[in-house]
Design a protein around this ligand. Structure first.
Ligand code: IFM
Length: 444
């Protein structure tokens, strides 16, 4: 039996575009995801977030689910186009939704953990170059400032950005996420400005607001293993690690971009002069915690024809419904590496979870045995890591609800609560019941 201390935070996580719906209500304007999902061929089934889980109207019902789970905290994100539907035009109606949500969470003893940016960039910003434009840092700061002004007293922890790898590389290099561009130079600029806006937003909260609310950033990290001991596969795994992990870890936690990757990327970049003096000091500003989203490991092999000489290799590991390797042992290795090479900050697992094909059974329950097993293995890993002294302060299960899974639309279900997207009925899955039991016992 592995135990958790009483101050360990158990939570669940969601994001605005994935659950809220109400895409035209109370002044909200279009985001890059509204636009992208309307572009043929981009999202499975041309699904979109117009209605999603209708959380904007059903948030009280969803808080009831959180109460049943007994979570200490709920992580959600704010939709920037609700707060600034047009450039420079603040929208109080949009903010009021989050005030209501936070008030109700607190009344129910649940701590709000708020992400400022989980990918729904307003279209007005995109039309001026989006994150590739250095001005985006100022647009983000204006938005962050309003959020701090209105919400900081009630918020328990701030996360500036969720997974800049996805917003930057999936969105501007691989073209799989909005805005669907395939240009590495744009991607590097976008990432740089996202990271810079993180640093500036931390500085704003601590400086101008003199706030003591903990603030940090969340990176998605995935350990890369060479498919063989050949020099080529090892080089490929190192490149994959640089592209996925080190570009972000080194800049945020060490104040420099990895030189090997700068060289590798330089083939696609005219100049690195978008990196200005002082930027990396800002990007690596002191935070209060470090957030990690962990889902899988990857097996990597050399591939001469790909941009950075690597690709995913065949792996015989058990997989989730996304085809991702289930790898709790490698999760532990990742945390040990972070402790050794990168940070002493408290670590929060701000997302962990799995998609599987779910079905409502005749007894009107969802017996998601595989998800339950996945969740148990990873929570047990967290407990074991803490026994080794790795100081993981909390765990947020992704996700509270089945929701809009980006390019996969509603085809992939990550929730511990089943959502019937026709009726908006919620059914707590077996994994959700088990999570509630783990939280109640504070042990696994
Ligand atoms: O659904 C996403 C989430 O928005 C960001 N992290 C990964 C999840 C599962 O793919």
């Amino acid at each position: 039996m592995n135990r958790f201390s009483m101050d360990f935070i158990f939570g669940t996580a969601t994001s605005s575009y994935q659950i809220e719906g109400a895409y035209q209500e109370d002044g909200r304007t279009m985001s890059i995801w509204d636009e992208f999902s309307r572009t043929p061929g981009k999202v499975f089934n041309m699904d979109n977030g117009d209605v999603a889980c209708d959380h904007y109207h059903l948030y009280e019902k969803d808080i009831e689910v959180l109460k049943t789970l007994g979570v200490d905290s709920y992580r959600f994100s704010i939709a920037w186009p609700r707060i600034f539907p047009e450039q420079g035009k603040y929208n109080q109606d949009g903010m009021d939704f989050y005030k209501k949500l936070i008030k109700r969470l607190i009344e129910n003893g649940i701590k709000p953990a708020v992400t400022l940016y989980h990918w729904d960039l307003p279209m007005w910003a995109h039309e001026q170059g989006g994150w590739t434009n250095r001005e985006s840092v100022n647009w983000f700061l204006e938005y962050a400032e309003k959020c701090y002004e209105e919400l900081d007293e009630q918020v328990d922890m701030w996360i500036t950005h969720n997974e800049p790898w996805c917003a930057g590389f999936l969105g501007y290099h691989l073209g799989i996420h909005a805005p669907g561009h395939t240009n590495m130079e744009e991607a590097l600029k976008a990432v740089h400005h996202i990271l810079l806006s993180h640093g500036e937003a931390v500085d704003l909260l601590k400086g101008k607001f003199k706030s003591s609310t903990p603030i940090g950033i969340t990176l998605n990290l995935s350990p890369m293993y060479p498919a063989s001991s050949s020099v080529n596969d090892q080089l490929a795994a190192n490149n994959a690690d640089g592209y996925t992990n080190r570009w972000f870890l080194d800049s945020v936690l060490k104040g420099s971009y990895p030189v090997d990757m700068m060289n590798l990327f330089s083939k696609y970049v005219h100049s690195y002069d978008f990196i200005q003096e002082g930027d990396l000091e800002k990007i690596s500003i002191d935070c209060d915690f470090f957030g990690i989203n962990f889902y899988n490991r990857s097996l990597i092999e050399f591939h001469a024809a790909s941009d950075f000489l690597f690709r995913n290799a065949y792996s015989d590991y058990p997989k989730t419904g996304m085809g991702w390797d289930i790898a709790p042992e490698e999760f532990k290795d990742l945390i040990r590496r972070l402790r050794k090479e990168y940070t002493k900050l408290p670590i929060y697992i701000t997302e962990n979870g799995a998609a599987f094909d779910d079905h409502v059974a005749d007894d009107h329950r969802v017996h998601d045995v595989e998800r339950q097993d996945y969740v148990e293995k990873h929570i047990r890993a967290v407990a074991q890591l803490n026994e080794e002294g790795m100081e993981i302060a909390g765990y947020y299960l992704w996700s509270l609800l089945d929701n809009f899974e980006w390019a996969f639309g509603y085809d992939k279900r990550f929730g511990i609560t089943y959502v019937d997207f026709e009726t908006q009925e919620r059914i707590l899955k077996d994994s959700g019941h088990r999570y509630a039991e783990i939280i109640r016992n504070r042990s696994i």
